[in-house]
Design a binder for this molecule. Structure first.
Ligand SMILES: N[C@@H](CCC(=O)N[C@@H](CS)C(=O)NCC(=O)O)C(=O)O
Length: 243
């Protein structure tokens, strides 16, 4: 049964494309993979998309007729379904699973909010943005310090091995310049960013939806496009509190 991947060129979206490429790199004979690009200009709110993802966000994986929502649950699912060192199946999975949850509960929301207030939100004054910017900026730096603490113990976030916890976290932290979170005071974290970037599977995964010459640095036009998209999402006009 094929893997139907509904995703886009965003940090949460790239987690899945990186995972697929890392599984291929690990020698897994995957079933056919079909990609469906979700445009955040409204695809997420359509009845067809909500039938597989009632939470109205990307990504979603559909395998064997079963939709899996939440990027980290997708990494967990693929890790269990296709066993490799990316997701240990013995008791060592308990080194990894807490850090996968940690990403979902901390890095994603905090870096996401820091990014929104730094780059996207354009219908609030500087004064209104000051408190959330300070709050999410400080919290992001605290999380980077937690990463540094982990990386002092072993070369990857959760263990000696590169795992789904690194995939999930890296997809957010790698854009530290865009979200203006200064990780450069933590050389271990910076080194981890570069080491993970050098992996061929990661290189192919983050190329999803982006021209090859813009993988590491978006063009001015693309940055404007993300700002417009992020601004319209952050303006909350499409949010429905009654489904
Ligand atoms: N916790 C979710 C977050 C997903 C998420 O926020 N996705 C963003 C793109 S990175 C999205 O679909 N945003 C659309 C919107 O907010 O309307 C996950 O990890 O899958």
């Amino acid at each position: 049964m094929s893997l139907e991947v509904h995703t886009g060129a965003t940090p949460n979206g790239w987690k899945v494309t990186v995972m697929i490429e890392e599984l291929i790199e690990a020698g897994v004979d995957l079933p056919e993979v079909n990609y469906h690009t979700v445009s955040l200009r409204g695809d997420q709110f359509t009845d067809a998309y909500m039938a597989i993802n009632p939470n109205q966000k990307l990504p979603t994986l559909v395998h064997d007729g079963r939709p899996i929502i939440e990027s980290c649950a997708i990494l967990h699912y693929l890790g269990e379904m296709f066993p490799t060192s990316l997701f240990p199946t013995d008791e060592r999975r308990w080194d990894v699973i807490p850090w996968l949850y940690w990403q979902a509960a901390n890095i994603g929301p905090v870096f996401g909010n820091k990014l929104s207030y730094t780059r996207y939100i354009n219908d609030a004054t500087d004064e209104q943005k000051a408190h959330p910017l300070e709050r999410f900026g400080k919290e992001a730096l605290r999380l980077v310090a937690v990463m540094d603490h982990q990386l002092a113990k072993h070369p990857y976030l959760a263990s000696d091995e590169f795992t789904v916890a690194d995939i999930a976290t890296w997809c957010w932290v790698r854009s530290y310049k865009w979200s203006k979170v200064d990780i450069t005071t933590k050389p271990r974290v910076l080194d981890w960013v570069h080491r993970v970037r050098a992996r061929p599977g990661v290189e192919r995964g983050i190329a999803f939806g982006v021209p090859k010459d813009e993988i590491d640095k978006f063009s001015k036009e693309r940055r404007e496009q993300y700002k417009r998209g992020g601004g319209s999402i952050a303006s909350n006009t499409a949010l429905k509190s009654d489904l």
